[in-house]
Design a protein around this ligand. Structure first.
Ligand code: C2E
Ligand code: MG
Ligand code: MG
Length: 766
């Protein structure tokens, strides 16, 4: 890089470069003082020896200029480094050049006096020597000034040349002619030296800039870095590397022996002996053979670092240090998430499956019994739906805690998903037998708990499967536990069942039934039969209850009590319900207008919104008056989600459709239902009708329900009347308006109903 490249856009030198050049003028003050002293002394000698007043004046002038230059040096030396704007530096440069010009002019004047007015050879030589020596010194001392060198040469050369011209003579006249090339030589030497100086400055500037960039880059790296010589001396390192050793980021860790740095860190407690040794081993190994090695180092405070060492062919090596603490934490969190359930903090399904597979594999070798318990929380859905997910989550946590409190230390508890938990038991010697264990779990999970001010009573159903010697395999044992759980739930919940082979057959049959139900619904293989409901006073048919029938192609007739729950489980009940409503309305529209049709509605149908639309569509399609349709609802349906059921029923009732409470007395027999729901009819279950005279309590119940319902404006119907005796007894009990049962008629096809209603056939009991 030359002076040209150093110049900035305005063609001027940058201030810092100019500053450096001007600074160099003030360097080596001592030699300047010595030169000035010798020059002044020579001036005094010339003044004395010539006795000329002009020599006195020139010497005094020289002394004054020297003093001023000395003051200028002092001034700038006191500042230690030149500071200020470009204008200040230019001013100092100008002052310096002025000083030098004045000084050189004084010398030129003395030489002039010595040559012109003295015939003493010593004086002549002294004057000349001083002048020439100082001229030569210009190039050496003042090459840094940009424009003043010519003036300086002129200041001494002009009086000198003039002296020879005045003195005259051929040879002396030659001297001024020689002064000119000498001046040019001085000028060009100064220019060359200046150019060399500028190149050196430019190189220094570039090195400093590269060093600063390098410094910035390595100190802003996210990794720690250091370079170590073959003698384990740290050559370069960055802030992160200092941090790695528990030192402040600005601590200089260079030209330090790596081993002593490690010892210091051990003393400060920044690294343990073990990890320091590991780090040292890494360096030794790398020096020996490997070109790259990695090691993981744990520093004080539990921070973890990946340390990678790369060896250079010249034996030095670079160590890169990466803080992987957060990465490790993230990995741990991911691992935790993969194996644990976030709500209960129990192990999750995946972790359970792994544990089960391992346990079974181990017992295939070592033998032993493995027990799997599938636990399903009863009534969890209601809690979640009515009190919200937050309460639901807390209920799950409580259930998980209770399971943990009951479990043995070797039992593996996991949340399977939703409201299902699963326990794996292996170390069984001396532990509670599985039945007692399951009973305890049910009792514990049925204990009430208070969550956010709400009293919650859950419950549990449990399915149990057992493997001996690792058989059957994990998939099968899980299936068996699931089947046992299904059975426990079907049998009324709040109980446990241990898997038996019969469950497998049941499940198989259920699966077949399910497949057939899909087909039956698609092919409309269901039919409806109607059972007349009779006014006990007039014996006239006032209503007919629609009852579904399904004749299976191979298994023959299947009871609605079997296929309706299956339709519910398969979520086909809504499609089926819509079909039965449409069919019943279409049949009833052909009956005399005073005869209503009643259609059974299952609990699941009430849970969803479809029912209202299905009722409207069926009425519209058939053109049946709404008050000729009756919906029969069981108490269980009202219990499940009473608010939603209440709303749906209100809307349907508002259409004019009548609502009947079916099978009253078999469920909760809650009198509050009679008040809260828009009921037009109560149907007393046939189990009451079948009771004998001796069962007085049942008789009192029927009597009072009948009276209460009547008073609330509801019609009371008795179901399952098979004999005249039963009929007479029921009538004696109270204001029962309607009756239904084999005594009057079995369920009959629609065509038979029409015949009956047209009077072309008669009821059994007239
Ligand atoms: P439910 O609504 O209580 O119907 C009365 C049941 O008692 C009918 O049985 C009927 O055949 C039977 N029954 C009538 N009178 C007598 C009698 O004097 N003695 C005896 N022992 N039984 C009598 P079914 O048809 O087997 O229906 C059983 C249950 O299935 C029904 O009970 C009802 O809850 C349900 N169900 C029937 N059809 C449907 C339907 O289309 N949809 C829905 N959701 N459920 C239905
Ligand atoms: Mg019914
Ligand atoms: Mg009934």
């Amino acid at each position: 890089m030359s002076e040209q490249t150093l110049r900035c856009e305005k063609g001027d030198l940058p201030d810092d470069v100019r500053c450096g050049l001007v600074e160099s003028l003030f360097a080596d003050e001592q030699s300047m003082m010595l030169g000035s002293f010798v020059t002044v002394l020579s001036g005094l000698v010339i003044a004395v020896l010539t006795g000329q007043w002009a020599a006195d004046v020139a010497t005094v002038g020289l002394i004054v200029v020297t003093a001023m230059r000395f003051a200028l040096f002092r001034q700038n030396r006191a500042r230690s480094r030149l500071r200020g704007s470009g204008a200040d530096i230019r001013r100092i440069e100008r002052e310096y050049i002025l000083g030098v010009c004045a000084y050189l002019f004084g010398i030129g004047a003395l030489a002039f006096i010595a040559i012109v007015w003295s015939s003493d050879t010593f004086v002549l030589v002294l004057g000349l020597t001083v002048a020439i020596a100082n001229t030569a010194a210009i190039a050496l001392r003042n090459f840094a000034v940009e424009k003043g060198v010519g003036w300086q040469v002129a200041a001494v050369a002009v009086p000198l040349a003039s002296a020879f011209l005045v003195r005259g003579g051929f040879f002396l006249l030659l001297i001024p002619m020689l002064v000119a090339p000498l001046s040019m030589f001085v000028q060009s030497s100064a220019t060359r030296l200046r150019s060399t100086l500028l190149s050196e400055m430019s190189y220094r500037r570039r090195s400093e800039s590269i060093a600063a960039q390098f410094d910035f880059a390595i100190n802003n790296m996210s990794h720690g870095m250091c370079m170590i010589s073959t003698g384990r001396l740290i050559l370069v390192s960055n802030a992160k590397f200092a941090e790695f050793f528990g030192m402040p980021a600005d601590a200089a860790v260079t030209h330090v022996d790596f081993t002593s740095l490690l010892s210091e860190a051990i003393e400060r407690g920044a690294i343990s002996h073990e990890h320091a040794d590991r780090l040292l081993d890494l360096i030794m190994t790398a020096n020996a053979e490997a070109s790259q090695c990695d090691v993981q180092i744990e520093m004080a405070g539990g921070r973890l670092y990946d340390v990678t060492l790369r060896r250079h062919s010249n034996g030095s090596c670079v160590i890169v240090v990466q803080d992987v603490t957060e990465k490790r934490e993230a990995e741990r969190a991911i691992d935790h998430m993969a194996r644990f359930d976030s709500v209960t903090n129990l192990r999750n399904r995946r972790a359970f499956e792994v544990a089960l597979a391992e346990t079974l594999a181990a017992s295939r070798v070592g033998g032993g019994r493995t027990e799997v318990l599938f636990i399903d929380l009863d009534r969890f859905k209601q809690v979640n739906d009515t009190l919200g997910h937050k309460v639901g989550d807390k209920a799950l946590v409580i259930a998980g805690d209770r399971l943990c409190a009951l479990a043995g230390k070797d039992d593996f508890i996991a949340r399977w998903g939703g409201d299902e938990f699963v326990i794996l038991r292996t170390k069984l010697a001396g532990s509670t037998p599985i039945e007692a264990y399951a009973a305890k779990i049910i009792a514990e999970l049925s204990r009430p708990s208070s969550i956010e001010g709400a009293e919650i009573v859950l419950g549990a159903s449990i399915g149990i499967a057992v493997a001996i010697g690792g058989e059957p395999c994990a998939d099968v044992i899980l299936q068996q536990a699931d089947m046992a759980l299904y059975t426990a739930k079907r049998e009324g919940r709040g109980r446990y069942r241990v898997y038996e082979d019969a469950m497998s057959r049941d499940a198989q049959e259920r699966r077949l039934l399910e497949l057939d139900l899909h087909v039956a619904l698609a092919e409309q293989a269901f039919t409806l039969v109607y059972q007349p409901i009779v006014d006990l006073e007039t014996r006239a048919v006032v209503c007919c209850e629609a009852l579904a029938r399904w004749i299976h192609p191979t298994r023959g007739p299947i009871s609605p009590a079997a296929f309706v729950p299956a339709l519910e489980e398969l979520n086909l009940i809504h499609a089926f319900g819509a079909w039965s409503l449409q069919r019943a309305c279409a049949d009833a529209v052909r009956w005399p207008p005073h005869v209503r049709v009643s259609v059974n509605v299952s609990a699941k149908q009430l849970e969803a919104d479809f029912l209202y639309d299905a009722v409207r569509r069926a009425l519209d399609a058939a053109g049946l008056q709404a008050n000729r349709l009756e919906l029969e609802i069981t108490e269980t349906a009202l219990l499940r989600d009473s608010q939603a059921a209440q709303n749906t029923l209100q809307r349907i009732h508002a259409l004019g459709v009548r609502i009947a409470l079916d099978d009253f007395g078999t469920g909760y027999s809650s009198l509050s239902h009679l008040m809260r729901f828009p009921l037009d009819k109560v149907k007393i279950d046939q189990s009451f009708t079948a009771l004998s005279d001796k069962e007085e309590k049942a008789a009192i119940l029927i009597e009072n329900v009948a009276r209460l319902s009547r008073q609330l404006g509801m019609v009371v119907t008795v179901e399952g009347v098979e004999t005249t005796e039963q009929l007479e007894r029921m009538k004696r009990l109270g204001p029962i308006a309607e009756g239904q049962g084999y005594l009057f008629s079995k369920p009959i096809p629609s065509a038979a109903v029409e015949k009956l209603l047209e009077g072309r056939s008669a009821l059994h009991v007239a």
